[in-house]
Design a protein around this ligand. Structure first.
Ligand SMILES: [Zn+2]
Length: 133
């Protein structure tokens, strides 16, 4: 197969804890998996890192995902994505009835895909009265 790197596919445990595997000994691609909690929901994420810096960027982001709602402290929170026209919204959303808070994530200007958490806030839906003059 074109593009295959000889010897690239060997599951060699690289480090404990985060389950980092070096699939390309001597190369720069690191495959890793991280298991984390989003509220009561467990997520296992598998990804590649270009180099150790890239791994830290991705692992730091995944480790920073909230374990509970910043408003009501409830653990029924989910990762949410919305698209309105050409705008995308990346949020962690609390499902606790009557809470209505979200943790919006901002995008870095380099547009490389990493996000950073802002502050928990009450979801404000645009309504006619909100936009009325
Ligand atoms: Zn909440």
């Amino acid at each position: 197969m074109d593009g295959a790197v000889p010897g690239a596919v060997q599951d060699v445990p690289f480090d404990g804890g985060y389950g980092v595997y070096n699939l390309n000994p001597g190369g720069s691609i690191m495959k890793f998996s991280i298991t984390t909690q989003i509220g009561r929901h467990e997520l296992t994420i598998e990804d590649d890192a270009e180099d150790p810096k890239d791994f830290f960027r991705k692992a730091a982001f995944l480790s920073s995902l909230p374990k509970s709602c910043g408003n009501c402290n409830g653990d029924d929170i989910i990762i949410d994505h919305r698209k309105v026209d050409s705008f995308e919204f990346f949020e962690v959303r609390c499902l606790t009835p009557d809470c209505g808070h979200v943790l919006p994530y901002g995008q870095y200007k380099d547009g490389k895909g990493l996000l950073f958490a802002k502050q928990w806030k009450h979801r404000q839906f645009a309504t006619v009265s909100d936009n009325g003059s």
